[in-house]
Design a protein around this ligand. Structure first.
Ligand SMILES: NC(=O)C1=CN([C@@H]2O[C@H](COP(=O)(O)OP(=O)(O)OC[C@H]3O[C@@H](n4cnc5c(N)ncnc54)[C@H](OP(=O)(O)O)[C@@H]3O)[C@@H](O)[C@H]2O)[C@@H](O)CC1
Ligand SMILES: [K+]
Length: 513
């Protein structure tokens, strides 16, 4: 699913109105009706107080139109108009008149108004600002927002939490609604998925308001959301007359005294992801450990307690490099020497990234289409410090463009970057913030490349499978007890899940995993 900017959404809006020969009011009515239906299905007429806080633009107009539907179905509502500007939109005014026709009189709020009492069991509909927000809300509006945030009532935001910009981070962190649920029109917004702004969105769902399908399909976007549908498109089935050689040979280079477990995790994950053969390349102290831990994996050694040279007499399909490798001087030299001679695409992780960050001149030797999988600290060393999430994404985009590599920016929503585009993952959970989770990911991605997936596909698919496996495993362990080995054990279930028929849903909208 594509992720549009605010400008693109306005473009889709205009295009749709022209092509479908409808009024903007009709589109607003669709939006309000969709939200009403969503609420009505869940509330079934329950006598819960619903406070609707509406702005004076089209987001407010959605709220006002929704109030009419709720009223007509007997819901107990209170409507507030937050008058932050005199420039009321046409469709807002039309809907306000319709409300007044039904003898519903909103409470107008300005800088001097008292804050209304809200009970924790009430429901708040937040329709103050939508994607039209273009500056920080005034202090008195921020006060209302804080009042709603501290009310403990369930907050349902229309389109986007009020105070959250669509394409940048908020300056005043207190002037943003913390939504329990966001019903977003047609497309999710990038800010839902970034660490600094995702905190305002507990759950989200997209509502289809019938924006022109052709426009949505043809419009190019900088970001795409990756769910099952997207990864299924490039899944490579196995064929009857294939053999283990068909599925490649992954070489996993890493390990040092005390960090051999990382290589076990990565090698195992590469096998579980389907690599035909896996060889681990470790220092001698890891030989018995590896051979005992995973009988399916072959082992090559170099150096005693750390790798001193990376040379081998075999032809791997792909090399995963850096896990648990350490940054011993001899290892640094070995990596430099190896990079200068190597032509194979690499999956670079952990200490390989740390070494490269310190020796930027060696970056020139990273082959095109290699994959880098840094965690936040490693990423900072790689691309430099950033002031906010948007600058981070820009720096990563520039780095991937310049080096022609794939970068996997790990996080709650891992984003894979390649050729100027970001692919946002939707699987995974907080239990996966655990030792060795990244080693497992490196193994999965390496294992997929071994089988012939392109670097970009392997990164996107690998991140998806890794997260899905974590989601399946956490059902049995809970967040705290989930460990990297559980994630690896779950890889098989994650693959099987790709082909499960989705459960029937009451609506057709997409949900956050
Ligand atoms: N996607 C779609 O196709 C559909 C979208 N729909 C809905 O429309 C929503 C977008 O509506 P919108 O363009 O009227 O903007 P909205 O967010 O209501 O803001 C209103 C105005 O406030 C102003 N303003 C900005 N910041 C400010 C500040 N800090 N303090 C004070 N004022 C500030 C600014 O005007 P300005 O003063 O800059 O001229 C802005 O124009 C969208 O989120 C969705 O809910 C649906 O109806 C149907 C189809
Ligand atoms: K809103």
């Amino acid at each position: 699913m594509k992720v549009f900017t605010a400008a693109q959404i306005y473009k889709a809006d205009t295009f749709t109105i022209e092509k479908q020969q409808i009024t903007s009011d009709a589109l607003m009515e669709r939006a309000a009706t969709q939200i009403f239906n969503w609420m009505h299905v869940r509330m079934q007429g329950a006598p819960v107080k619903i406070h609707l806080f509406c702005g004076i633009g089209n987001n407010g107009g959605d709220g006002i139109a929704l109030a009419r539907h709720l009223f007509e179905h007997g819901y107990d509502i209170a409507v507030y108009v937050v008058k932050y500007s005199d420039k009321r939109s046409k469709d807002f005014l039309t809907n306000l008149d319709r409300l007044k026709d039904r003898k519903i009189w909103p409470i107008y709020m300005d800088a001097d108004s008292d804050l209304p009492e809200i009970h924790p069991n009430d429901i708040i509909v937040d329709a103050i600002f939508g994607i039209g927000l273009n500056r920080t809300p005034d202090a008195w509006v921020a006060k209302i927002i804080q009042h709603l945030n501290t009310s403990k009532a369930f907050i349902l935001s229309v389109d986007i939490p009020s105070g959250l910009f669509t394409d940048s981070v908020p300056e005043d962190k207190e002037a943003v609604i913390k939504a329990n649920y966001v019903l977003s029109f047609q497309v999710p917004k990038l800010v839902f998925f970034l660490p600094e702004t995702g905190i305002y969105v507990e759950q989200w769902e997209v509502l289809d308001i019938g924006l022109d399908a052709e426009f949505l399909m043809n419009e190019k976007t900088d970001f795409e959301l990756i769910s099952k549908n997207e990864v299924l498109q490039f899944y490579r089935p196995r064929t009857k007359y294939s053999h283990k050689g068909t599925y490649g040979h992954a070489l996993i280079v890493g390990g040092s005294y005390g960090k051999m477990g990382a290589v076990i995790l990565t090698s195992r994950a590469a096998l579980k992801a389907g690599s035909g053969l896996v060889t681990a390349y470790v220092p001698e102290c890891g030989y018995a450990i590896l051979q005992t831990a995973i009988p399916e994996v072959m082992v090559l050694t170099n150096g005693k307690e750390a790798i001193e040279a990376i040379e081998f007499d075999m032809k791997p399909t792909v090399i995963g490099l850096g896990i648990g490798m350490g940054i011993h001087d001899k290892t640094v030299k070995a990596l430099e020497h190896f990079l200068k001679a190597n032509k194979l695409p690499l999956v670079l992780d952990a200490d390989a990234l740390n070494i490269l960050s310190k020796n930027q001149d060696q970056m020139d030797f990273i082959p095109e289409n290699s994959i880098l999988t840094p965690h936040p600290k490693e990423l900072e060393r790689l691309v430099g410090k950033w002031k906010d999430d948007f600058e981070k994404l820009e720096k990563v985009r520039q780095f991937t463009d310049k080096r022609k590599v794939v970068i996997v920016v790990k996080g709650a929503h891992t984003i894979t970057f390649f050729e100027g585009r970001g692919y946002i993952n939707t699987t995974g959970n907080p239990g996966m913030a655990t030792a060795g989770s990244g080693d497992a990911l490196t193994g999965i991605i390496t294992g997929l490349i071994a089988q012939g997936y392109s670097s970009l596909q392997a990164a996107i698919f690998g991140v998806y499978i890794h997260g899905k496996s974590g989601d399946i495993s956490v059902e049995n362990t809970g967040y705290q007890a989930l460990i990297a080995s559980d994630i690896i054990e779950g890889i098989g279930s994650a693959f099987l899940d790709l082909f499960k028929v989705p459960e029937e849903r009451p609506d057709t909208s997409e949900k956050d995993g």
